[in-house]
Ligand binder design. Structure first.
Ligand SMILES: [Zn+2]
Length: 293
């Protein structure tokens, strides 16, 4: 008889019991973290899921902290933006919940977008964002609320061709490219209906007479959990601040107000106040809406 056999037998019996005990201990103590890496380009975002904690976890990434939000199944999620002008390369992403932390390597890839040269007429190029529109837009885009109003997904807000992509670095009238396009432009006739990209709440409805001289008539929606969307250059606005809007509900019509060379909708999506490529939200079954384990 092999001398180790009885020991193996004992282990064979004990192992399932040990695994059950270990699993129940781990369920309370292990912080599980998933990072979906498929959109890690400049101007993209990373979906971070965590479970196994009652303490609200926080993501640390690119020297900033991003709070995570409780989901219906008890897990936590954050859509963490990768700023369009960030340096491509290797980074580490950390999720912390109390004393526990998990660190994961992530690689940010370049989006390969070129400089776009724009010529504005003297009357348009002399317009500068007023203090009122700057501060009201910034405050609205930084809205962070806990309810996930975007659970039904996202739609393209307006019929028409995309006339300008997200992320293009911009040079106005031959000047240096110091900014980039923080949304997509959809060319459409004046008066075309503009719809809410997802369920949300109106956090800003601003008009040219109120000082929105660059953005034009503007609507900003809060979709919850750090996600907001903007609709610029509108001809008319059909919602009021504080109002709930369903996905696809009309918020206004396409116009030519503010700095705009032809009737179009400028549509942007922001995460924690950072603009990301809105087309990433239109993919079929986006990672952040998939059923989690
Ligand atoms: Zn635009």
């Amino acid at each position: 008889m092999h001398p180790f056999r009885p020991i193996f037998r004992t282990f064979a019996l004990l192992t399932p019991m040990l695994l059950i005990v270990a699993a129940s201990v781990l369920a309370r103590t292990t912080l599980e973290v998933d990072v979906a890496r498929n959109s890690l380009v400049q101007g993209g975002f990373v979906t971070v899921d965590a479970r196994g904690t009652e303490t609200a976890p926080v993501v640390s990434f690119m020297e900033k902290e991003w709070p995570m939000f409780r989901q219906e199944d008890g897990s936590w999620q954050a859509l963490v933006p990768v700023e369009n002008l960030s340096e491509p390369g290797r980074y580490s992403l950390t999720v912390s919940a109390g004393e526990r932390r998990r660190e994961l390597p992530v690689t940010v890839k370049p989006n390969g977008l070129k400089v776009q040269y724009i010529t504005l007429s003297p009357s348009k190029s002399s317009l500068h964002a007023t203090a009122i529109e700057k501060s009201r837009v910034k405050a609205a885009l930084m809205t962070i609320t806990p309810d996930r109003l975007f659970a039904e997904g996202f739609i393209r807000p307006c019929k028409g061709e995309t006339s300008s992509l997200f992320g293009l670095k911009r040079s106005y009238n031959g000047g240096p490219a110091t900014s980039y396009h923080k949304g997509i432009d959809i060319a459409a006739p004046q008066g075309t209906a503009v719809h809410s990209t997802a369920g949300g709440r109106v956090v800003l409805a601003g008009t040219v007479p109120e000082g929105f001289e660059v953005h034009g008539n503007t609507v900003i929606l809060d979709h919850g959990q750090g996600v907001t969307s903007v609709y610029l250059h509108l001809d008319s606005i059909s919602v009021k601040e504080g109002q709930r809007v369903e996905k696809g509900g009309q918020v206004g019509t396409v116009g030519h107000t503010g700095i705009s060379t032809a009737p179009h909708l400028h549509w942007g999506v922001y995460l924690y106040g950072v603009s990301v490529n809105p087309e990433l939200f239109l993919v079929n079954r986006p990672v952040f809406l998939r059923a989690r384990r």
